[in-house]
Design a binder for this molecule. Structure first.
Ligand code: OYP
Length: 577
């Protein structure tokens, strides 16, 4: 039961008369004066309705809406989605208060195993797998490749000057007959650097100071054991007394060092990889598309299904999640002032190139890493998306010149760059489209980001973050400075308390669960394109995705834990949550 969407809405007085006319048309395809006038009228009205806003300095602009009430009806959740979101949130929070009650009647919160008590109704097979394996070094390494934040790791061919690891320190972790230097040269050493967290002010929650560290973690791709951590330092500016934690340190010291890395990971994952690099980037394209491309424009038809509900979920995030008194400020170490500082630091370096997976893997030097399923799956998806986009673009643009001459399209990219990303100085997306390929790339970035990239981060978050010790949202004690004094008591006093842990579980569950009205990738419910040629291209796209799905399922046979977040059937067509 697909619905054909009108391309023209004639404004007659206050009422809109919809004319069904399915063919996508560029401005230059229009002949009738009446249609030309309509295009202009529609854009004029949209530009009045959808305005840019600077929510905070130094980050991408967003929709001008102080609250949900300001959001135009067309941008809002359907009733069913709204009530589901709100009911599910209430359900999760009720779970949480029941749990708190039960836990406080039970034993005290003394041991890591006590976290099992928070694992109640909200659970998943992978979350339970995490609970069993989170202390193991191979699993810690695995998370950088196939966890919820799979693009932080980079090749290390030379040690950073502020991370003085010596060959002797790590010799025991390497395979026999090799050295750190040899392995650095051979390209088997990797680095995860949280330098971006240096100087981010830590939150104060109910009068209690929280702590943030900016760790460095060195990893080695061991021929038998896979990617394993071999050294961790919790400071960016070490003195001679700064410890470098190693796998053969006292077990609790090594464990706590890894937990500090995972805590850094929670912050950059949620704030940068998830919120900024998928939600807020998508919103820029959403606002520009509404403002600059009339409904009849083929690129509007192409993008609209991939931008559905993004304005509302982002508006909810700005008013309830990252706002003053929002969930982040109440629960996370980067809540409050820190959040904005972190956003701004990333926006100083964020670039368009890194949104293109093939470039991203080359730039990070991770093209050779084994069992990097995120990489393998995203490349397949990128290629399918780009092929589809390319076919649609070629249907409406026969030459580069037609791209250059399309004044609506040029106004669109200008709005994206000169309004949306004006405060992202290194973004590197030109404000003009010079040929078809540039158009194809930017459209592929939008569709890839709003589907595959969002699925890889959002949909994995409950699995990997609900076992709170594995990815703590805050730390209540400073990082250890002495390996021999790490006790279980210190660990328990450091990681999130009962109520912070429960909220972390509740929110990650709310966001990662399958959405009841989800539209999977490429299942265009609203039939914006009616031309048979375009329909055929959509069919081809679906077939390519089916093949990818089969390939992913085949790869996953016997895989522990499975990596299924990038199955096309499991990802939504837009960022709706
Ligand atoms: C929006 O009404 C979103 O209270 C989640 O935002 C939750 C709300 C609003 C609050 C609803 C309400 C979704 C998009 C996003 C994002 C990335 C950050 C997610 C962080 C989740 C983890 C929080 C745990 C803190 C302890």
């Amino acid at each position: 039961n697909t619905q054909t969407f009108p391309c023209y809405c004639w404004l007659v007085g206050d009422s809109k008369i919809e004319v069904r006319e399915g063919t996508g048309k560029k401005l230059s395809d229009e002949i009738l004066a009446q249609e030309l006038a309509h295009r202009q009228a529609q854009l004029k009205e949209r530009q009045k309705t959808y305005r840019w806003q600077v929510w905070a300095p130094g980050i991408p602009k967003c929709i001008d809406a102080k609250s949900l009430a300001d959001l135009p009806q067309d941008a809002c959740f359907a009733d069913e989605k709204r009530s589901d979101f709100e009911r599910s949130l209430q359900f999760a929070l009720l779970e949480l208060s029941l749990k708190k009650l039960v836990i406080s009647f039970g034993r005290s919160w003394e041991d890591l195993d006590d976290f099992k008590q928070t694992f109640w109704k909200l659970r998943s097979p992978i979350a339970e797998y995490v609970m069993e394996h989170w202390k193991e070094d191979w699993f810690f390494g695995h998370l950088f490749l196939n966890g919820s934040n799979p693009r932080r790791i980079q090749r290390c061919s030379q040690l950073p000057s502020n991370f003085p690891v010596s060959g002797d320190m790590v010799q025991a972790s390497l395979s026999p007959n090799t050295t750190l230097n040899k392995e650095l040269k051979a390209g088997n050493i990797y680095l995860v650097d949280y330098g971006i967290l240096e100087g981010v002010p830590a939150n104060v929650i109910r009068g209690k100071k929280q702590y943030i560290a900016a760790p460095l973690c060195l990893l080695y791709e061991h021929p038998d054991n896979g990617l394993i951590p071999i050294a961790i330092q919790l400071e960016q500016n070490p003195t001679k007394d700064t410890p470098i934690f190693l796998p053969n340190d006292p077990p609790l010291a090594w464990l706590l060092a890894k937990m500090w890395v995972r805590h850094a990971e929670f912050q950059v994952f949620q704030v940068l990889s998830h919120l900024l690099r998928t939600h807020l980037i998508a919103e820029v394209f959403c606002v520009a598309t509404l403002r600059q491309l009339p409904s009849v424009h083929p690129i509007n038809k192409l993008l609209t299904p991939h931008l559905k509900y993004t304005l509302e979920i982002n508006c909810r995030a700005r008013t309830k999640l990252i706002s003053k008194d929002g969930i982040f400020e109440k629960m996370a170490s980067t809540g409050g002032e820190g959040l904005l500082v972190l956003f701004q630091k990333e926006c100083k370096i964020m670039n368009y190139r890194s949104l293109q997976p093939r470039h991203d893997f080359i730039d990070r030097g991770v093209t050779k890493l084994n069992k990097y399923f995120y990489r393998e799956h995203t490349l397949m998806l990128w290629d399918a998306i780009e092929k589809f986009v390319s076919s649609i673009v070629s249907l409406y643009y026969t030459s580069d010149n037609e791209v250059v001459q399309d004044s609506e399209l040029q106004a669109w990219i200008k709005d994206v760059v000169e309004e949306g990303f004006v405060n992202v100085p290194q973004f590197g997306l030109p404000n003009e489209l010079k040929n078809k390929q540039e158009l194809i790339t930017v459209l592929s970035v939008v569709i890839f980001t709003t589907t595959a990239q969002h699925a890889a981060t959002n949909n994995a978050q409950f699995d990997f973050c609900s076992w709170v010790p594995n990815t703590p949202c805050t730390m209540r004690q400073p990082p250890p400075t002495d390996k021999d004094s790490v006790t279980m008591e210190l660990i328990m006093n450091t990681i999130p308390d009962i109520s912070q842990s429960c909220v972390q579980m509740a929110i990650t569950w709310l966001l990662a669960r399958t959405q009841p009205d989800a539209i999977p990738l490429a299942q265009y419910k609203e039939q914006y394109f009616t031309e048979p040629a375009a329909q055929k291209m959509i069919d081809n796209f679906r077939q390519d995705l089916k093949d990818i799905e089969e390939e992913i399922l085949k790869q996953n046979k016997g895989l522990e834990p499975p990596y299924l977040y990038l199955c096309p059937s499991r990802m939504e067509n837009s960022i709706t949550i």
